[in-house]
Design a binder for this molecule. Structure first.
Ligand SMILES: Nc1ncnc2c1ncn2[C@@H]1O[C@H](COP(=O)(O)OP(=O)(O)OP(=O)(O)O)[C@@H](O)[C@H]1O
Length: 584
């Protein structure tokens, strides 16, 4: 039952609805007590041949009126209580979503997508059920139970009532026991659902790779194994689930048996009349529901409890990237200064960067080159505060980036990541993703700069063509250029291109860089690349080796050094000559 206390914040928020709903629910229980009294009275009058036709019609009318009132009240309590439960699930889903948006990349490194999705679907559903059916069964089993028992004891016979209640402790003891086991098993079943959810998500996303490597059968087998695990764990839940009703059935039968045996004895000894025994048996019938509800209550509550615990654990994780209490909320601008003594990723034991010291004046272009894994992306991701530097600092305009709010910092930076992502929306919407207020003309202008405008014109609906999972399939180079257009539209102080030109040919790359130089004068650009031609015109080039700056300078100075850069340049020149058939 602790879950009700845990959810108290929500019940307080919706106290009007819950109090109203509970009141109506109690009213229904109260009204339900009247018909058995009427029937009991009628039986006694029939037995003594006193019931007139007019009296009979009146009684029937009263019963019908009560039934109608109960029907209407039931409708309204359902709206109040069930409507609130839906509000709770919406609220929890929103809390989770907001939490997800605040989390840093290391959170997504640790938590699988399928698991997060399971929290936002199955677990929330279980909590919703607690706030819906849980409250209903709690209030109904207690109020109806107490009212019916009190009416039986006061208006008919307290002795017979006590006898009827003798088997009740069995319900209390067994439901407690079943509830504990159910909690444990349901937690395991939900975790298994997370696993299978994750497998489905991963397999659908990677279906092309699975097929290309002919791994369908082994993946099918892995999926079947996970499926079996889910079935096994849910069957374990179902087995404990299945014990609730039969146990209550036994208690109800026992109660009936004891009541009728004792009731018949009371009638024979004139301690009770037949009408009273009839009314008592109707009340006993009315007790079946509260008893069943009590069993269900434990069942529902334990599921909700297990799921709410899972959701709370997720919500309790603090983002390792957060605003300082006195963070500045103005967009940073100015030259960029790195003094990173060393940086190690949270899950890693080896530093990925060491002694990264450089200064880039405002409006200049920085090129970062180096072998794969040398730390190019890491340098850029630190500027975005995807990860924080513990040992060192990064400044923009002589102010540490950690003194700005994340919002302000990210407004200053437009980022084209290596793994670009397009949403299932139109091309125009994808480009305007970070700047939805921009005009269509500005969207087109950004597309022109990114050299994707002509391609877009060829699509069936131009800028209104849907892309992503349910839309047209774009080539890697087209996706890359749409991502570039998206970043350019932001017109930010700093533009980061992280290997963002890898899927375009050398001529298109040249045109994109040309238009950047023309349109972004006075603004800073950071380019990480494998292709040196992309940084040929950069004002400063860093050559990385194993996370350290091995060489730095301009293209001309580095070429004259005869070092790593010069060797890379010569090799790439040779490769492009071969590609163009320049060498016989
Ligand atoms: N999230 C992470 N957790 C732990 N280590 C990481 C993480 N991301 C990158 N690394 C490691 O940091 C090092 C630098 O990686 P980074 O992605 O910066 O290299 P890169 O030069 O951009 O490579 P590429 O040219 O292949 O993109 C690598 O050894 C990589 O394995």
């Amino acid at each position: 039952m602790r879950v009700f206390l845990d959810l108290m914040w929500f019940f307080r928020e919706r106290k009007g609805h819950y109090l109203g709903g509970i009141l109506l629910l109690m009213l229904v229980s109260l009204l339900g007590l009247i018909p058995p009294q009427i029937v009991g009275a009628m039986v006694n009058r029939i037995r003594h041949h006193q019931l007139t036709a007019q009296e009979f019609t009146h009684w029937i009318f009263y019963i019908a009126a009560i039934a109608l009132a109960m029907y209407i009240l039931r409708y309204f309590w359902r709206i109040l209580l069930f409507g609130s439960a839906i509000k709770l699930s919406t609220e929890l889903r929103f809390q989770l979503y907001r939490h997800f948006t605040q989390m840093s990349p290391s959170f997504y490194h640790k938590h699988r997508i399928g698991d997060l999705m399971a929290h936002a679907t199955n677990d929330i559903q279980a909590v919703e059920s607690t706030a819906m059916d849980g409250i209903l069964t709690l209030v109904d089993s207690i109020t109806t139970g107490i009212l019916v028992i009190a009416t039986m004891a006061i208006t008919i016979s307290w002795k017979l009532t006590l006898i009827a209640l003798l088997p009740m402790p069995i319900i209390a003891i067994t439901t407690q026991l079943y509830g504990k086991i159910l909690h444990r098993r349901f937690t395991l079943a939900q975790a298994a659902f997370s696993d299978i959810n994750d497998k489905v998500q991963e397999n659908i996303s990677g279906m092309r790779v699975i097929k290309a490597f002919g791994q369908e059968n082994s993946e099918k087998q892995a999926f079947a194994d996970l499926s079996k695990d889910v079935i096994r764990k849910n069957l374990a839940v179902a087995k404990i689930d299945a014990l609730f009703d039969p146990t209550i059935g036994i208690v109800v039968t026992l109660s009936y048996f004891l009541s009728f045996a004792a009731g018949a004895w009371f009638v024979l000894h004139h301690q009770l009349n037949l009408g009273q025994l009839t009314a008592f048996s109707i009340y006993l019938g009315q007790l079946i529901w509260p008893m069943l509800a009590f069993g269900w209550l434990f069942n529902i509550v334990e599921r909700g409890h297990a799921s709410y615990d899972r959701i709370r654990k997720l919500l309790a994780i603090k983002s390792d990237i957060a605003d300082k209490p006195d963070a500045i909320n103005s967009v940073p601008s100015g030259s960029i200064h790195y003094t990173v003594h060393s940086f190690t990723y949270p899950e890693s034991s080896m530093p990925s960067l060491q002694q990264i010291y450089f200064h880039l004046h405002r409006g200049k272009t920085l090129g970062i080159v180096g072998r794969t894994g040398s730390g190019k992306s890491t340098i850029l991701r630190l500027l975005l505060r995807e990860f924080d530097v513990e040992n060192g600092d990064i400044q923009i305009g002589e102010q540490s980036i950690y003194h700005y709010t994340l919002d302000a910092l990210r407004q200053a930076v437009a980022y084209v990541p290596q793994d670009h992502f397009l949403f299932s929306a139109t091309i125009a919407e994808n480009i305007a993703f970070a700047a939805p207020d921009k005009s269509f003309a500005e969207i087109q202008e950004a597309a022109q700069m990114a050299q994707i405008h002509d391609d877009i014109q060829q699509f069936p609906n131009g800028y209104n063509t849907i892309v992503g999972e349910r839309g047209v399939t774009l080539s890697g180079g087209q996706k890359q250029r749409i991502s570039i257009a998206r970043a350019l539209l932001m017109d930010a102080e700093i533009l980061i291109l992280d290997d963002a030109l890898s899927a375009v040919d050398a001529r298109t790359e040249h045109r994109i860089l040309e238009s950047l130089r023309k349109n972004r004068s006075g603004k800073t650009t950071l380019i990480a690349t494998h292709r040196l031609s992309a940084v040929e015109h950069a004002d400063l080039i860093l050559v990385l080796e194993d996370g350290k700056i091995a060489e730095y300078g301009t293209h001309a100075s580095l070429c004259s050094e005869n070092g790593i850069y010069r060797a890379m340049w010569d090799r790439q020149q040779l490769e492009s000559l071969v590609e163009e058939g320049g060498i016989a």
